[in-house]
Design a protein around this ligand. Structure first.
Ligand code: TA6
Length: 281
């Protein structure tokens, strides 16, 4: 079947389904421009989406790839992870060729965003689906007359068979900040990270790709434009505090996020973009 794009309803929200080459597929919702599913040709879902995710826009949907902008986490006064993840985006491009399907969604500042963040902006999120890979690109344009600065992330929830057995490679040698401790920044010495407790770390200036091994599957991740990589798993206790996660949800996910946790300064009229690429290897 040739790649194509179709409008669907996903848990009651408007979404697009990208049908890619060799049976690959992906789903992106208009709410938050959030990628909610990615299934490569082997038929195995690679993104985690909580069974208890809420789809009414009152909170961000737990799973997939939430877009965090113009603030990462609680690094400022805005709602946690900014405000675009719970807003409606619109579709601006849909294209399918022999070996890809591509969707771009957009959102701009309006009275409601200007009331809490006084900067005019235009944001686009593009999802490119190829046979064994997706590229997600966030492009921000400063449409106002003065400089703005922001932090941002593509908060990817990767599905793993069992997180205690998953191994993440590619962060050795990087400076990192453990958000769960007051110890200050440190250098990562481990070539392979495993998860046996809550993890919430920001790795700065990651230039090399990361590899996530889970069971027989390996996923390669590479970022452009986003300097940092955030690794998050709530583990048992913190997961139990999250109303929109099942008790064992922590076990089947690992967030490996493409992030800009230090402010990006964007002069008037200029554009910035950051991309996360996920490849089945
Ligand atoms: O990116 C990691 C993080 O900031 C964690 O601290 C954790 O709280 C997570 O994001 C999820 O945030 P959320 O607001 O979606 O519950």
């Amino acid at each position: 079947m040739k790649p194509s794009i179709e409008a669907i309803s996903f848990n009651g929200i408007e979404a697009l389904r990208l049908n890619g080459p060799r049976g690959a597929s992906a789903i992106i919702s208009k709410l938050g421009a959030q990628v909610l599913s990615w299934v490569p040709p082997d038929g195995k879902e690679r993104l985690f989406l909580s069974d208890k995710a809420v789809f009414d826009g009152s909170v961000a949907m737990r799973g997939g790839v939430p877009v965090c902008f113009p603030q990462f986490a609680e690094l400022g006064d805005l709602p946690k992870h900014g405000f675009v993840r719970t807003r409606a985006w619109s579709v601006c491009t849909e294209r399918a060729g022999d070996d890809f399907a591509l969707v771009t969604m957009e959102i701009s500042s309006d009275d409601a965003t200007l009331a809490i963040w006084p900067h005019a902006f235009h944001a686009e999120l593009s999802l490119m689906l190829e046979a064994d890979r997706i590229d997600m690109e966030l492009c921000i344009t400063n449409t106002g007359g003065t400089a703005l600065s922001f932090t941002a992330a593509l908060h990817s929830y990767l599905r793993v068979a069992q997180v205690e057995e998953a191994v993440l490679e590619g962060l050795k040698g990087l400076e990192y900040c453990d958000s769960l401790s007051d110890a200050g920044n440190a250098l990562e010495t481990r070539p392979e990270l495993t998860v046996d407790r809550e993890v919430d770390c920001v790795y700065f200036n990651a230039k090399r790709p990361q590899l996530l091994h889970s069971g027989k599957q390996t996923l390669a991740m590479q970022n452009q434009g986003f300097p940092d990589v955030v690794v998050w798993n709530p583990f048992v206790e913190r997961c139990a505090e999250l109303k929109d996660m099942p008790a064992n949800g922590w076990r089947h996910m690992l967030c490996v996020e493409a992030a800009a946790t230090r402010p990006i300064d964007l002069p008037a009229g200029e554009e910035w973009y950051g991309r996360q690429t996920l490849v089945v290897v």
